[in-house]
Design a protein around this ligand. Structure first.
Ligand SMILES: C[S@@+](CC[C@H](N)C(=O)[O-])C[C@H]1O[C@@H](n2cnc3c(N)ncnc32)[C@H](O)[C@@H]1O
Length: 329
């Protein structure tokens, strides 16, 4: 079957305002998807702005090449994961970097990708075909304790214990092969009780995050983006769930400080003054308008944040923010 790649870009106007593309600029879209944002960046930076685009998903890369054809000569596209972008581009070469996190609509809408608990497909969930494990391998081989851990951690699923037990009992009779077999098992394990969301929603999110190592990738991606931005350049992130949002906030808040916290508790007497590496712009996240959410319900949990690069992160200490006390905005 020939599928058409359809993805509605989230907060298009707000994203452009945050990125500020202009003629002569160099931009990196690390999450091309259907290249909706990418095309807008190229339009706004005409006649000579340039765009580099990456995605780990072959379908997205194919769709992006097609969509960006009218901008021939002004863009380059490459399939890679966040962490690999610095192997391709020069440090401090970009005026702005976009990370529109999460999944594209075709990843869930096309049943054969195996992301949807409503559509029949092989239990896959890999964004790129070179990811190490599929969702089927996880549910069929991981221990009950490991399943419980990821359902709690990535799905924040309160009924994780019952669901993990149900999966382990069922797979001993017949391994899970399809999305609907798993969704059905979860529904039988916890019941439905008139809930609005399908009881498999959080478990599918957790599996997807594990299969694609989404938080590990985000961490690597923030560091990669920082290397590639010039001083004064803008990093724009769009997050869709609380774990992603928390990581972006923690990274940004730590590097926007004008001192190094001396310990995990950030004891004032132990602080050491330094120049901030980053600056929030603005301090608060931007959210989609009610009208956008009405037209595109998938935008409802989106949060857009912009950080301006003041300077590089100190060499050898790029991961210090992970130990920070966790200031948030
Ligand atoms: C929400 S979509 C982007 C949509 C795009 N901004 C648009 O306007 O069409 C997110 C994309 O990021 C890609 N992606 C997610 N994690 C990635 C990673 N670690 N490395 C590269 N691409 C990633 C996904 O494959 C997906 O295509």
């Amino acid at each position: 079957m020939n599928h058409v790649f359809k993805h509605e870009s989230v907060m298009p106007r707000e994203t452009l305002e945050a990125l500020r593309p202009c003629p002569g600029g160099i931009y990196l879209d690390m999450t091309l998807g259907g290249a909706g944002h990418a095309a807008m960046i190229l339009q706004q930076s005409a006649p000579d702005g340039r765009l580099f685009g990456t995605d780990r998903d072959e379908d997205a890369i194919r769709a992006a090449r097609e969509k960006l054809k009218p901008f021939k000569g002004r863009f380059e596209v490459r399939r890679c994961r966040f962490a690999e972008a610095p192997q391709w581009l020069e440090p401090e070469s970009c005026d702005a970097v976009l990370m529109d996190l999460g999944i594209s609509s075709p990843q869930v809408d096309w049943g054969h990708r195996g992301f949807s608990f409503l559509k029949l497909g092989k239990l896959d969930m890999r964004m790129g075909t070179d990811e190490e494990v599929t969702a089927a391998e996880i549910v069929n081989t991981w221990s009950e304790v490991e399943l419980l851990r990821i359902f709690r951690l990535y799905g924040e699923e309160p009924r994780s214990r019952r669901i993990a037990r149900g999966i382990v009992e069922n797979r001993s009779m017949k391994p899970f092969r399809t999305t609907l077999e798993l969704a059905d098992c979860i529904e039988k394990s916890v019941g439905r009780r008139g809930e609005k969301n399908h009881p498999a929603t959080r478990v599918f999110q957790a599996l997807r995050m594990q299969v694609n190592d989404e938080l590990g990738q985000l961490e690597a991606g923030l560091l990669a983006a920082w290397k590639l931005l010039r001083k004064g350049g803008r990093l724009v992130t769009i997050s869709f769930h609380s774990l992603e949002a928390r990581m972006v906030k923690q990274f940004a808040s730590y590097w926007a400080l004008d001192y190094d916290p001396g310990d995990r508790l950030d004891t004032p007497a132990l602080r050491i003054q330094r120049r901030p590496c980053a600056q929030w712009s603005p301090r608060r996240a931007t959210k989609p308008s009610a009208q956008e959410i009405r037209c595109n319900p998938r935008a409802r949990s989106a949060q857009l944040r912009t950080l301006v690069k003041v300077q590089d992160l100190p060499a050898g200490r790029e991961r210090d923010w992970k130990r920070s006390p966790g200031r948030e905005n």
